[in-house]
Design a protein around this ligand. Sequence first.
Ligand SMILES: Cc1cc2nc3c(=O)[nH]c(=O)nc-3n(C[C@H](O)[C@H](O)[C@H](O)COP(=O)(O)OP(=O)(O)OC[C@H]3O[C@@H](n4cnc5c(N)ncnc54)[C@H](O)[C@@H]3O)c2cc1C
Length: 382
Amino acid sequence: MEPHTEIREAVAKLCAGFPGPYWRALDREMAYPTAFVNALTESGYLSVLIPEEYGGSGLPLSAAAAILEEVQRAGCNGGACHAQMYTMGTLLRHGSDAQKAEYLPAIAEGRLRLQAFGVTEPTSGTDTGSLKTTARREGDHYVVNGQKIWTSRAEHSDLMLLLARTSPRTEGMKRTDGLSVLLVDMREAVGRGLTIRPIRTMMNHATTEVFFDNLRVPVENLIGAEGRGFRYILSGMNAERILIAAECVGDAKWFIDKAKGYANERSVFGRPIGANQGVQFPIAKAYANMRAAELMVREALTLYEGGANPGAEANMAKMLAADASFEAANACIQTHGGFGFAEEYDIERKFRETRLYQVAPISTNLILAYLSEHVLGLPRSY
Ligand SMILES: Cc1cc2nc3c(=O)[nH]c(=O)nc-3n(C[C@H](O)[C@H](O)[C@H](O)COP(=O)(O)OP(=O)(O)OC[C@H]3O[C@@H](n4cnc5c(N)ncnc54)[C@H](O)[C@@H]3O)c2cc1C
């Protein structure tokens, strides 16, 4: 049985109010699904991981995974808001009591949005330790200069979790030391040192590049200790990977369902196309791979909720689920023949959307590099 049945049913019901035409219209305009995100927020789904003392529902990660899986399974797109679930964890684990009291209840209520997460830069890419954005201390402020890229949802968020270098890299220093996490209040910052520029992409993802030009951020917005930011970001990555994996499982289920339905109903040469092994086997294979990925997601969740640090399982779940969702997407297009490419079937849109997860938030190669080094004991390759 799938865990969190009641939550799943309630999310599916909410998502039924946002059918294909809603997403298609947004996709054409590259517009943000404000009504959908508001509905999820008002129903409390985006704050399930916030502890009850701060106004959330204090549920375990598996509840968040169930919510995001159902969103994708219903043909919706959680990419518009999923980050709030896991970026909030950095604040929760490493923020001061004053920061938590100030921000978490407002986020739980939906008065504040913490949707933006600025780590990736144009020149450093996956090599986070070589990022160039600096935050220089000047009295009771940090002065931020530099650029981030792929900062998704920056135009639809009030706060951004920013990783910047607060101490220059010196000889003998670990490349990931000297980085700090700042909570940037973008409501005050836009036009005062912060510029946001949207990037058009192959799917509707509200992603942007952001430029910092002497942006002043109060020192009280530093999360945790100065110089330890990379560790704080790392500590949230297992949750992020597990949740993205759950979304991919949801996508795979949506594609398999569509493919199955069409294979049974479309008749060519006087019989359903699904009667041909050449049509049914790719769907069956995609199903088997989706189930294997789903089991790895569950394994990662069980370990995570038991207090372990399941880096290997979280990474494997993310990779297997992203592969499974894309395999299912491909089988679904093939099953639909020409109609797979028609906008009104939603398949081409979901196909574009799910392709992202082999690259972001971590690319498959980097997951394989992690497994090679940390699980198999092979030499570090990067
Ligand atoms: C739509 C979208 C939304 C995103 N949202 C966010 C966000 O909100 N916040 C944020 O901070 N980032 C975000 N990202 C960035 C994302 O995390 C990165 O794109 C991703 O981590 C890959 O980094 P890169 O694009 O710089 O690729 P690069 O690091 O330049 O890598 C390019 C290719 O080379 C491969 N590669 C690089 N080094 C190695 C190696 N040593 N061994 C083998 N292969 C290697 C990679 O696997 C990749 O396939 C987003 C990206 C996209 C496309």
